[in-house]
Structures are given as C-alpha cells and as structure tokens.
Design a protein around this ligand. Structure first.
Ligand code: KG4
Ligand code: ZN
Length: 342
C-alpha cells in the first residue's frame, strides 16, 4: 500500500504554511508570509499576523493541494501546529484544520511547533536515528533537546534564559541599520568581515555556570556588549565596521550554540545532532557545526535553509511520523496552546 498522505498547517508566527508529504517525501510546501508587514515595527505584531493568516489560509491550502496534485479527499490525515506560538495566530490554523477535517472526514493531529522543526529533517535525510540531540534556534526559541522518541515528545535539556538566538540576530541587525528580520543580513555582511576582530562575550560558558546552566543559553549580555561597542565608536566619530561587528557577533553566537550542542552529544554518547529553526539557516553555524562535530564523530543533520524557517512541510513531516507510529489523532476540541510544553 502507498504510504500515508499527510497535510500540515503552520500559523504559529508570521508564516502561513501548508505542506503535503507522503511518508518522508515532500510533495508540496506552500507559503505566504506577512514578514514585510511587520518590518517597519522591527518585530512581529500579533494582530497583524492573525489577520494575515485569515486572509492567506484558504489560498495557501489550495496552492499546496494543487502543487501536490491531490485533493483533500486523497489526504489521510491533517496535522496542525497547536502550540507554542502567538495565540491568535495559532487559532487561525487550528480552526482551519478542524474545518477541513470535519468537512472531509479526516483525522486531525495537533502538533508541537518545536518537535516539527526537528521532524522536518526527515524530509531531507530520511528517518532520524534515536536517540538524537536537537538544537532548535529560531526567532522565538533557543533550546537543546533530547530526542528519545519523536512520536511521543522530546525532552528539554536547556533553553535560553533571556533572548532567543534569532531575536539576538534581529536586534543586533537593527543596531547596525540592517533590515528586519536581520539574521540573513548579518549572515551576508559577516562574509566580508573578520570574525576575530572583536572579542564579544560567550554567555553562560563560565565554569561557574556549568552546574545550573550547562545547557542553557543567554544572549542579552552579548546584545548589550555589541550595542556598547557600536555606541563607543559612534561617539568617537568613527565609522562602524559593520562587516566586522556582524562577523564577530555571529561567531560568538555560533560558538556557544555549537559548543553546548556538542557537549550534550559528548556527555550522552549520542552521535546524531539535528539543527533546526530559522537560525539553522545561518551559513557560519552550519559550517562550524560540521567542522567541530567531525572531531567527536558526531553526524550533523541540518535541513536545507528553506525547511529551517517556519513552513507547513515541517508540520506535515511530524504528522506523517505520528501516523506511521500509530499515534491516536487529537480530538476535535483540540485547543490552541500558546505556551504548549514539549
Ligand atoms: O523559525 P523561524 O522562521 O521563526 C520562528 O519560529 O521564530 O525563525 C526566524 C528567525 C529570525 O530571527 C531570523 O532573523 C532568523 O531566524 N534567521 C537567521 C538566518 N535566517 C533566518 N539567523 C541567522 N542567520 C540566518 N541566515
Ligand atoms: Zn519556528
């Protein structure tokens, strides 16, 4: 028999995504983004995001089905991000999923957004060896996870105690006069810069932090250090070397992320590291992880950049995994849970 055909809906932040997968094969990944509507605010505005999802959800659904060359009747299950994320934004996806599920008499699976960022890698590299360590770095999250059994949840090892990694990229980009969201712009600027130009701090890596914060992250001190450095140059009437600041800042973030992820691999003896979330699109993070992991015989799995940022395919990928594992669908009164735990 054919592998199950699963549709995934993502609306937790500013991307309306609908993906279609069959087993581990990606058939369609339609996306509508409201990112440009948030740019002038320097961050995602929840009300604006919800309205944009409402306008985009049906057309994006239609595009995904057309791209996959299937109809809703062909689909075996509908998966939807039910948390964590912006409450009003999540509601649009959850309500749509229920509507389609009732209309077409399909089971619906409410899934965790972070677990979906891990699952998306299966579309690129096939089944995930378990256990694995996952590093999830996005605009809203920075977490280190133990993936024992993806179908039944993941175990958090640590997380950021202040800003998310992507948030730090976005704030530093703003400071340097780069557009929002700043991650890709820092990445681009950094290519022309010297990553050893400025020694920025590595949060929570001191010996005293080993006990309580071994796998936690902190990026707000780094952001402040960059701000101070830039301001001191501006006060002195000097030109700010944007490429050097970008490269040095990026190096500090990647150094901590990769260092802690590999520490988790080493101490647990786990040899698979999955990196996901929008910041996993960062070219330096990918290169550094590959390079350092080789020393420890750890295999790094990172999906292509378009699958790292929020999309519907990641939700479909996790849904497909749940169906294959025989997990029972959610009930139709499935709530949107903005603070959903792992
Ligand atoms: O996963 P995502 O699309 O949405 C959230 O769930 O937050 O991640 C968006 C974040 C933004 O902060 C953006 O600046 C960052 O990912 N990002 C990057 C890169 N591409 C996107 N950060 C660093 N380097 C990149 N190339
Ligand atoms: Zn995300």
């Amino acid at each position: 028999a054919d592998e199950p055909l699963v549709l995934g809906i993502e609306t937790s932040c500013d991307e309306t995504g609908v993906g279609v997968v069959q087993g581990h094969t990606l058939l369609a990944d339609a996306l509508a983004s409201s990112v440009e509507q948030h740019a002038r605010f320097g961050g995602v505005v929840p009300e604006v995001a919800s309205r944009a999802h409402l306008e985009a959800i049906v057309p994006t659904m239609d595009r995904a089905l057309a791209e996959a060359g299937v109809t809703l009747a062909d689909v075996d299950a509908i998966a939807v991000t039910s948390g964590p994320g912006l409450a009003g934004a999540l509601l649009v996806g959850v309500a749509a999923a229920k509507g389609y599920a009732v209309a077409a008499e399909k089971p619906v699976y409410g899934v965790n957004h972070l677990a979906a960022h891990v699952a998306v890698d299966t579309l690129e590299h096939g089944p995930l060896p378990e256990p694995a360590i996952a590093l999830l770095v996005s605009g809203g999250h920075s977490s280190l996870l133990l993936v024992d059994d993806l179908a039944h949840g993941v175990t958090p090892l640590g997380a950021t105690i202040d800003d998310a990694a992507g948030e730090a990229f976005d704030k530093v980009a703003r400071l340097l006069g780069l557009p929002f969201p700043g991650g890709p712009y820092i990445d681009r600027e950094a290519r022309a810069g010297d990553r050893a130009a400025i020694a920025f701090p590595r949060g929570l890596t001191a010996a005293k932090d080993q006990a309580a914060h071994r796998y936690d992250f902190s990026f707000s001190g780094l952001k402040t250090a960059v701000a101070r450095w830039v301001e001191s140059r501006q006060r002195a009437g000097e030109v700010v070397p944007v490429a050097d600041v970008a490269a040095s800042f990026q190096e500090a973030v990647c150094d901590v992320l990769v260092g802690k992820a590999l520490d988790a691999c080493r101490s647990s003896g786990i040899q698979t590291l999955v990196i996901g979330g929008g910041v996993a699109a960062n070219s330096r993070l990918r290169a550094m992880a590959e390079q350092r992991a080789a020393t420890y015989d750890v295999q790094v799995r990172t999906p292509r950049p378009t699958l790292c940022t929020d999309n519907g395919a990641m939700v479909a990928a996790l849904g497909s995994h749940l169906v294959a594992a025989g997990v029972a669908p959610s009930s139709l009164d499935l709530p949107a849970d903005s603070a959903m735990p792992l």
